[in-house]
Write a protein that binds this ligand. Structure first.
Ligand SMILES: [Zn+2]
Ligand SMILES: [Zn+2]
Length: 368
């Protein structure tokens, strides 16, 4: 086995090692969220930096089927698995467990030769009502993300967050202007729809958002009615009370002109950083993330009971140091995962729709 060649710090018998194609399971001969085309891929969730086109075979959670086929093509060779059910591949027992990140997001549990590893993908510890809440899974070795792995990142509770968004929307509606909320089209938009008070006014969504709403509704997630700008009910008068959800890439495009003298806002974990809102050029910033905050990462890692932790994308060095100081064996894994709050990278096909072209172009890096 070439484990030690592929990653200098790996140990013979490791169930996951870093390879140029992605995170690889040597005994199982498959990858987890690979960034280059491979024969067999286990996909944690359908965000485009984790779920890419070109793999021979995909394994993902049942609730990811709609988003994966929408984004990667209806014809992908996809096998689905409910949470908690195991399959064996080359003697490796594989099961998927809720990650609480977006619809269908899963942690991947691998068991082989008496070892148990869990690869988290992206995860969030606070339940949000739009996907199955995160569940800690006991393991020897845990692979964690660290997108917001700095002590400054502490999210407001869902209740506080939605009180803030509702207050902003209600005040704008009372003053007769639209409330344009920029948010990532997959996951965050549906979370906002699920959490806001639809009694305040009508809700209009960008063409990049509505196909994903349809997938969520089909999976049984309750979302209030939404309009497209092309719908006959949408007129300048109703827009004055409307909440408008659009991807960040719609900012500054002609699509926005129809909303007249609107107030705009941005929903992202990066809004916790002083200056990000101003750099984004919006009136308001709401601190909202689909990732664990600093306390959430600590709680999740402790909940696994793992003695060994690998850290992927984000504040790798800082989280590794914190874990090491707390007596765990920790190291980084170099990956090519991005952050869907900053840009929808990767080569996923844009969602079909007349104004879907605005979905994929990268936006200015709000993290810097
Ligand atoms: Zn993600
Ligand atoms: Zn990620």
């Amino acid at each position: 086995m070439a484990a030690s060649d592929a990653h200098p710090a790996s140990v013979a018998g490791d169930l996951v090692i870093a390879r140029p194609e992605g995170l690889y399971c040597p005994p199982g001969d498959f990858y987890i969220d690979p960034w280059r085309p491979v024969a067999r891929a286990v996909i944690t969730h359908a965000h485009s930096d984790h779920a890419r086109v070109g793999h021979g075979h995909y394994l993902a959670h049942t609730d990811s089927e709609g988003t994966l086929r929408t984004r990667l093509g209806a014809d992908i060779n996809l096998q689905t698995l409910p949470y908690g059910e195991a399959i064996a591949h080359n003697g490796v027992r594989i099961s998927l467990h809720p990650a609480g990140h977006v619809l269908g997001s899963a942690q991947v549990r691998l068991e082989h030769g008496g070892r148990v590893w869990v690869a988290s993908g992206d995860y969030k510890t606070e339940p949000d009502g739009t996907c199955t809440p995160f569940e800690p899974v006991r393991c020897d070795t845990f692979i964690t993300e660290s997108t917001f792995g700095l002590p400054i990142y502490r999210w407001p509770t869902q209740a506080v967050l939605f009180a803030e968004i509702n207050d902003w929307w209600r005040r704008n509606a009372d003053e007769g202007r639209a409330s344009v909320l920029l948010c990532y089209a997959f996951g965050k938009a549906q979370r906002i729809l699920h959490g806001v008070d639809p009694g305040i006014g009508p809700i209009v969504v960008h063409g990049a958002v509505e196909p994903l709403n349809a997938v969520y509704r089909a999976a049984g997630v309750a979302l209030p009615p939404t309009f497209r700008v092309s719908d006959p009910e949408v007129n300048p008068q109703m827009l004055k009370r409307a909440l408008v959800l659009a991807p960040p890439s719609a900012q500054g495009t002609p699509w926005m002109r129809r909303f007249g003298n609107y107030s705009d806002a941005f929903a992202s974990g990066w809004m916790q950083l002083r200056g990000t809102r101003r750099r984004r050029g919006v009136d308001r910033g709401f601190v909202m993330s689909d990732h664990a905050d600093w306390p959430g990462l600590q709680k999740a890692i402790a909940g696994t009971g793992a003695e060994r932790v690998f850290v992927t994308h984000g504040s790798v060095a800082i989280l590794v140091r914190w874990l090491t100081e707390n007596g765990l064996e920790a190291q980084g894994f170099k990956t090519e995962y991005g952050d869907e709050d900053v840009a929808d990278r990767g080569d996923a096909k844009p969602v079909a729709g007349p104004d879907a072209a605005a979905l994929d172009p990268p936006v200015a890096d709000a993290a810097s």
